[in-house]
Design a binder for this molecule. Structure first.
Ligand code: SAH
Length: 360
């Protein structure tokens, strides 16, 4: 460095705020001048200046997508760096900076946030609808719960923010009101929010409650149906839900009630030609079977429990109202499961075609 005559290139003095780098060179004439200038520039650039550049870099794609007019886009960037965003980042308040940027972006582009309530089907990713897949590639943020298989969440846009909001029968990681409020606030920031639900959003999915909150706040939404567990499990278990010889109707029932009680009153469930499908019925399975027998159903009525239908871990346990509870108790059954009751269950033996992969 000190023998310019021997050098074919010179080292500049660097101010390194990765990814922002300033270099000062005197082309070998006065290295100390370059060093002096560098130390002055050091003072001008706060230590985490690089974070601003990183943040803007992250936003380039989304901003270009939202603001297609180049002049308008340039103004957006200039306003952004001139505004409070840089200060917030330098102060280490990056989350706030992001919120601010998203809000400005929504205003600038005139883009209103939106929520897509999308059914993800029962488990097999191939059972997603084309529309579900398309919206999964567009969403900025994805809210999903436990019923949605990881393989499906993986299919969402790579840079989409993923938020797990839980939801199991007895254990809600986020109370329903909080999920509703989160949807409203994310969409309020101008984001395109994908609410991904297992099966179909309008079948025991509380989808109705979620979009009610959106409607109240005048947030635009779409609802995309999904293959509900009954349809998925029935097909993959070879149990047609209706059949001219066995059932002329099918009824979807929840096996879980807020008060925990399962009651079958009158002759409500006595139609031998109706297939009954119980969602969320694993815990109450013995009560359901006993209750139906006590209400007057034949104890030999065929019944099947489909575990994790349409996935590699699908398993089908078959018995009757009288025998199924013991059969289930003697297996290590994993949720989610679906209970199918009625003459159609006898067809399983002949029509079963999907093997899953699980063994005992
Ligand atoms: N909206 C969902 C149902 C949510 S309630 C739908 O339309 O399918 C959750 C219940 O769905 C579970 O308790 C279970 O009974 C059923 N379920 C969901 N996926 C299932 C699967 N792959 N196999 C068996 N049952 C399933």
């Amino acid at each position: 460095v000190d023998e310019p005559g021997l050098c074919s290139f010179t080292f500049p003095a660097l101010v390194d705020r990765n990814p922002v780098v300033l270099s000062v060179s005197s082309d070998g004439n006065a290295p100390m001048l370059a060093r002096l200038l560098r130390s002055r520039l050091e003072l001008m650039l706060p230590a985490n200046y690089g974070r601003i550049a990183q943040l803007l870099g992250e936003l380039r794609g989304p901003v270009a997508e939202r603001i297609t007019d180049p002049a308008q886009r340039l103004r957006f960037w200039e306003d952004l760096v001139d505004g409070p965003v840089a200060e917030l980042v330098l102060a280490g308040r990056e989350a706030e900076a992001r919120t601010h940027i998203t809000a400005v972006l929504a205003r600038t582009a005139g883009v209103r946030g939106e929520v897509w309530l999308v059914g993800a089907g029962p488990g097999d990713p191939d059972l997603l609808t084309i529309k579900a897949w398309r919206l999964m590639q567009k969403a900025d943020v994805v809210l999903y719960d436990r019923l949605v298989a990881p393989a499906i969440v993986d299919l969402c846009r790579k840079d989409a923010e993923r938020v797990y909001v839980g939801k199991r029968m007895a254990e809600h990681s986020l109370p329903q009101q909080d999920i509703n409020a989160l949807l409203v606030s994310l969409a309020g920031e101008g984001r395109r929010v994908l609410r991904l639900k297992g099966g179909d959003p309008f079948i025991f999915g509380r989808g109705g409650e979620e979009i009610e909150a959106l409607a109240e706040h005048r947030i635009p939404f779409q609802v995309v149906p999904g293959i509900t567990a009954a349809a998925g499990c029935a097909c993959y278990a070879g149990i047609p839900l209706t059949h001219r010889d066995h059932a002329r109707s099918v009824r979807f029932v929840t096996g879980h009630r807020r008060d925990g009680a399962v009651q079958f009153r009158g002759d409500d469930f006595l139609d031998e030609e109706e297939t009954l499908v119980f969602y969320m019925g694993l815990v109450a399975l013995p009560d359901i079977c006993r209750g139906l027998i006590e209400a007057g159903r034949d104890p030999t009525t065929p019944a099947a429990l489909v575990q994790q239908g349409t996935t590699a871990r699908q398993r089908v346990l078959v018995g009757s109202l009288a025998s199924l509870p013991d059969i289930v108790a003697s297996h290590d059954v994993k949720a989610p499961t679906l209970l199918i009751i009625g003459g159609v269950v006898t067809l399983h033996q002949k029509l079963s075609w999907y093997e899953g992969g699980a063994s005992d």
